[in-house]
Design a protein around this ligand. Structure first.
Ligand code: MG
Length: 238
């Protein structure tokens, strides 16, 4: 396990280190942790499939606007598509408070020492938010571009967010997420111009890690691009 964050993600170095010293017990334990998570994730996926729920695992750096996008999304979909939200942070229920009262059941997970959600946490949250007519589940992961990517939660797929203040080149610095996300949402586009943020450069970096990626540009604040995002979501549940 990663000694810094306690997660099983950033472990390739440690894998190598442990092998070099012949300490294979640690590696075996780590593999068991991930295998256990994968088994629970499969159970979550089957549980959601039985109920016809599409589950989106939202992953990004902290501050990219996941919660704000969800606020605006829930407001727009209220009365159209029955949604539910599981939201994760290390501490506090501030995000759950922001998302409440917008037509969707909300469940906050505080991960305390962990930098990502895991399938076991999500399993216990599912029955608190999924109702008979739920069609769309948003799982807002802990803000982190690395660790959440390695832990399958049983979602249908991942969606990555990248905000303009983060710069253009995160997709090539953290390629695993951006290579595997089914959609990549570029947020805070209203700040692109004042920040001299280069859209074509960013799209080029995305193209390098995932040719043909589905990229949606929007500003949840101004509303520009929200229609394309909402149409994308609506098509998922048709
Ligand atoms: Mg948040």
């Amino acid at each position: 396990m990663c000694e810094t964050c306690g997660c099983g993600t950033a472990n390739q170095h440690q894998h190598k280190h442990e092998h070099e010293h012949g300490r294979t017990k640690t590696v075996t334990l780590e593999e068991k942790v991930l295998a256990h998570n994968d088994a629970l994730a499969d159970r979550n996926r089957a549980w959601l499939a039985d109920r016809g729920v599409v589950a989106i695992n939202l992953i990004s750096a902290p501050g990219s606007g996941k919660t704000y996008l969800l606020e605006k999304t829930l407001e727009a979909l209220d009365g159209k598509i029955k949604c539910a939200v599981i939201t994760g942070d290390q501490q506090t229920d501030r995000d759950a408070e922001r998302l409440r009262g917008k037509g969707a059941p909300i469940h906050q997970i505080e991960t305390i020492s962990s930098c990502h959600l895991d399938a076991h946490q999500v399993f216990h949250a599912l029955e608190n938010v999924i109702e008979d007519d739920t069609k769309l589940l948003f799982i807002e992961n802990v803000g982190n571009l690395v660790c959440p990517t390695a832990f399958d939660l049983g979602e249908s797929f991942k969606v990555a967010l990248l905000s303009t203040p983060e710069g253009e080149d995160k997709p090539i610095k953290y390629p695993v997420l951006f290579a595997t996300a089914k959609a990549i949402v570029l947020t805070k586009m209203d700040l692109a111009e004042p920040l001299d943020w280069d859209l074509s450069a960013c799209r080029g970096y995305i193209q390098r890690v995932q040719p043909g990626a589905n990229v949606i540009e929007l500003s949840a604040k101004s509303g520009d691009g929200m229609a394309a995002w909402l149409t994308y979501l609506e098509r998922l549940v048709q």
